[in-house]
Design a protein around this ligand. Sequence first.
Ligand code: ZN
Length: 851
Amino acid sequence: NVTRREDYREPDWRVPEIALDFDLDPAATRVRTTLWVERNGTHDRPLRLDGDGLTALNVKVDGAEATGWHMDGPNLVVPLAGSAHTIETEVEIAPERNTQLQGLYASSGMLCTQCEAEGFRRITFFPDRPDVLSRYKVKLTADKTRFPVLLANGDPIAQGDLEGGRHWAEWHDPFLKPSYLFALVAGDLVANRGSFTTMSGRDVQLGIWVRAPDLAKTDHALAALKLSMAWDEKVYGREYDLDVFNIVAVDDFNFGAMENKGLNVFNSRYILADPDTATDYDYDAIAAVVAHEYFHNWSGNRVTCRDWFQLSLKEGFTVFRDQSFSADQGSAAVKRIEDVRGLRASQFPEDSGPLAHPVRPDEYIEISNFYTATIYNKGAEVIRMMATILGPDKFRAATDLYFDRFDGTAATCEDFVQCMEQAGGMDLTQFRRWYSQAGTPRVSATLAQEGGRARLSLRQLVPPTPGQPVKEPMVLPLKLKLFGGFTGRPMCDEQLILLKEDAQELVFENLSETPVLSINRGFSAPIVIETNRTAKDLAFLSAHDDDPFARYEAMQQLMLDTLVTSVTNGSADHQPVIDAVRNTLTDSALDRAFVAEAVLLPSDSFIGDQMALVEPEAIFRAREALRQDLGTALEGEWRAAYEGSLANRFEYSPSAKGARRLKTVSLGYIAASGAADADELAFEQFSRADNMTDRQGGLTTLVNGASPLREEALEEFYKRYQGNGLVLDKWFQAQALSAREDTAEMVERLSAHRDFTLSNPNRARSLIGAFSVNQRAFHHVSGRGYRFVADQLIALDKLNPQTAAKLIPPLGRWKRFDAGRAAKMRSELERIVASPGLSKDMFEQASKSLD
Ligand code: ZN
């Protein structure tokens, strides 16, 4: 049951048209489907229609009851004599019993769909693969009181009332699309409506659909949608193509959102926002996800994927597009820092662990398991590198060529790279290794000075990954610059060099002072870089580099070096970090948001990622000791920054966001200093806040500590937001992420809380997902964290395999831990693999994690 990329074959049958007729009911929905099929080429193979849990009630060929068909496992096989036929099928499904949240399911009283990757086959029999493109006509019939709104892809055509309190609506989508982009929604919904006029003058009606009480929380998403539509016209020349664009928010959703043609379906956490319930992080994420799904209309829908191995063709490219969009809305430097932080937190560990896979994988058991940080975020870095290598004008010419050449088709990563080569006028043969080789390249950069000359020696190494023991050198675009160690002046313009060999050397002549190396500026390549820069060099760059990312990076490296030394030796000199942090914190020319990012210590798990053997307690202690020293030594500066960041009234703007971020970061350091008034300060921030960012900042600071105000804040927060699921998720998450010693125990208790449920993915992730990335708590030496997570995942798998399987990776990191922990982690993985009725999603993740 392994699917291999090399086995790709064109579909035997095309389905140029499909008509779907839904008689909707939560307990029993009837689906009548008509397919117009055409034989693709000359062969005598029957028509095979994928199904998943479906029973054919009726099969007709060319209008007559068919008899020759049979089931092959879950699939329907219909032998056909001619080259073009009409096939009709009928099935009955029960959306209210669909706990997997794939296919047609019920969420808070409405009916909605999720088809990517292979959910359409849970709705009707169909060749459920992305290279079968069809024109869809959809008719929906339902009870008018329970489901007054009936939505599907494309444009609305007609609607009407029926007797017995029922009504119907018909939607046609003129664009060819694969089945994974099909969607319908039925429910008691209201819309925040808007409109957008495209660059060619088409008027588009926009609607953000939610339940009535949530209507007031949709303005931000609607505004983000309009900004996205304008941005894609301006930056990529891409225009919207239907008369309507609808977005629906649903409470139960396996991931972020889905780009169904003309009818995006979203996890409500990426739509709903107001200052009282959403943090700045939420506001930013909403804009980014709205943009992401909107951008898929071209990078995903107009040009789709030939097969699921090409997933990064649409996801990597679309993430790159949404990152660029967000960068244009505020501080590009801060956005880049956040994206790199995210890549290091999720993709680097994946790339160095048992689930490492290339951006274009070679095989899978369950495709849902490949919606990963590698496909999405490393994929985005691969596109970004091509954009860097080509430069903006050629890159734009290349994307124009790509959209033009492949519009209306199902394309491959190779097609994309060929457009880059052609429009860029360059050979990307070696660059293609980014698609085929897994693993994060490691580069060592050594700068040696001899008089007025400096020699930079670069070496690259791509580590072995499962199934790929030996690697070829990659093309690494490295932006670099030298600064005078004495004057701080740039000694050359920024250069872009392409490291292509295992080893390369660069010589700089006529240097008038000792140079300091700034390399991989802007994180131009997604690699790990080791340099021979001293603590002094790093401190110097953290103050003088003219690339904000490089400044941040120098500070992070300084902190990391200090922390790793501290873990290894039991102590380290904290003074260089203290001085560098003071320097940044008191530099009033710097953007507050940048300062907040720069002064934050690397996370426990990122520190762990630097070490061959992760020692959770020692890492925690080293980090706490540095935090405490920073807090104490700079207490006056933290207080000044805190007070300087107090705003009068909530406002969502880059500068107000920056101020709030720095405020809570400063609060954390004041608390770390052990100051007597720290708890009161946090509680005051918590209770006086007029926005969720400050309130959550106060709460999480208290939740890490032991003050009696902790319980008071938790209780007050809970009471205030009872009934608001998205905010209660924050309440669970804050406790699961707590730095307290007894977190594992508390999380176990919280799993019995009356508001905890595994059937809502957001809630499951807010407790189980958050806890399992809390390095100290999850890796409690007793193994109780492992046992707890395994118990929960075994239970969750019975309801929702996709969401359960996504939570396996923290258990798979056992190789990096001491023998005692590793054995305990393995035995939980073994218990998972042995559990009866295990899904293939979980089987793939858990069994690969044991290898
Ligand atoms: Zn996407």
